[in-house]
Design a binder for this molecule. Structure first.
Ligand code: ADP
Length: 189
């Protein structure tokens, strides 16, 4: 099994690029955030808890996101996968590498999308007009960016220390052009 991890702050275009890339490279796209939103829409106790965390711009507990992501990977382990939104904490990254060793994943590549803070806020506010996500408002965006900075960004160094290849891309600009830049560099065979 081979895996691409798409990494970047909220609003960097991870989801958009992930969908295009999955088609081009024949990978199965898994968005941890989308999966959690499905769960959050259920009127169960767990659904309500997830909903409250997401609406405030906080992460759900590592155990939960790890479990749903690993379940997905495990049931698709004969295919190649594109992870979008996982890992998001150092603990999740550690769990993931241990899990990959266990199931015999032989190639991991990371796409790191970089976008300035000002641009991120503008994009998310634009998206809010179309998608009506509960976490796309000014107050929650600030918290999401803070969480990204404190909990998610340090993963890059951790992955590098573990000899995983990171490819940096400028996430500002035209969707198709960014896509071209990515596919020029990412060879996945
Ligand atoms: P964005 O990257 O724009 O924030 P996502 O759809 O990836 O959008 O994530 C939305 C929300 O879902 C996050 O703010 C967080 O609350 C939750 N979430 C997504 N992935 C994880 C994860 N790996 N661990 C914990 N919470 C997560």
């Amino acid at each position: 099994m081979k895996v691409i991890i798409i990494f970047g702050p909220p609003g960097s275009g991870k989801g958009t690029q992930a969908k295009l890339l999955a088609k081009q490279l024949n990978l199965i796209h898994f968005s941890t955030g989308e999966e959690l939103r499905k769960e959050a829409n259920k009127k169960t106790k767990l659904g309500k808890q997830i909903n409250s965390l997401i609406s405030q711009g906080n992460l759900v507990p590592d155990e939960l996101s790890t479990q749903i992501t690993q379940n997905f990977i495990f049931s698709n382990k004969k295919k190649n996968i594109l992870l979008d939104g996982f890992p998001r904490t150092l603990k999740q990254a550690e769990n993931l590498l241990t899990f990959f060793k266990k199931i015999g994943c032989d190639k991991i590549l990371v796409i790191n999308l970089k976008v300035s803070k000002k641009e991120l806020i503008n994009r998310i506010l634009e998206r809010a007009k179309i998608e009506h996500r509960k976490d796309d408002n000014k107050k929650t965006i600030k918290q999401r960016l803070k969480v990204y900075h404190n909990q998610t960004k340090p993963i890059i160094k951790f992955l590098r220390r573990n000899k995983i290849k990171i490819f940096n891309f400028n996430g500002k600009g035209n969707i198709e052009e960014i896509q071209k830049e990515i596919t020029k560099k990412i060879k996945f065979d």
